[in-house]
Design a protein around this ligand. Structure first.
Ligand SMILES: CC(C)(COP(=O)(O)OP(=O)(O)OC[C@H]1O[C@@H](n2cnc3c(N)ncnc32)[C@H](O)[C@@H]1OP(=O)(O)O)[C@@H](O)C(=O)NCCC(=O)NCCS
Length: 149
């Protein structure tokens, strides 16, 4: 089941993101950040167990980011990540956004959902607020991708 995240999910979302952050696949998020952005998040749940998460974060009048997309390793390749990304895309359409971007090491996964690779310089400066928190800053090797809605 894909649903909006609830307060009780936050600690499990943080654990999930931490697993992949420790492998260098994504940024970790503090509990404070997660509570503040809780309404950005969708989760995938099966019988009370959190299997995945993804967030749609509005950045500007025509732009949002899909971020913190993660699926527990044992539940991978079953379409859960895709369902979470589709939930973010649907909401972006509903609220009138024109573009969604992502910064990712998994370009093939996002390409399946229509995202195309772009030069990072195409993204507005406001996007880079989180980068200062990244251990790789300023030598970013993530792929920037955009989906036009
Ligand atoms: C990337 C990730 C979210 C995919 O979730 P998932 O539930 O396994 O994805 P799906 O089952 O919906 O996969 C859909 C398709 O995307 C592609 N895909 C999935 N995982 C992929 C990966 N790791 N690398 C490249 N392509 C991938 C495949 O083509 C897959 O279709 P297939 O299984 O028929 O070949 C998951 O592997 C993950 O959490 N990875 C670690 C965190 C991360 O890197 N997140 C993305 C950056 S924000």
């Amino acid at each position: 089941m894909i649903r909006k995240a609830q307060i009780a999910d936050v600690k499990n979302i943080q654990k999930l993101l931490m697993t992949f952050a420790n492998q260098g696949d994504m940024l970790s998020r503090s509990l404070s950040e997660l509570y503040e952005s809780l309404r950005d998040f969708y989760v995938a749940e099966d019988e009370g167990v959190l299997l995945g998460a993804a967030a749609l974060h509005v950045v500007w009048d025509d732009l949002a980011e899909v971020r913190s997309v993660a699926v527990v390793e044992d539940a991978g390749r079953k379409g859960i990540g895709s369902s979470l990304v589709q939930a973010c895309i649907s909401e972006a359409c509903e609220i009138g956004l024109k573009r969604i971007f992502c910064l990712t090491y998994k370009p093939d996964f996002f390409a399946k959902h229509g995202f195309r690779l772009v030069d990072k310089a195409e993204l507005p400066q406001k996007v880079w607020g989180d980068c200062i928190k990244c251990p790789k800053f300023p030598d970013c090797d993530e792929n920037a991708m955009i989906l036009d809605l």
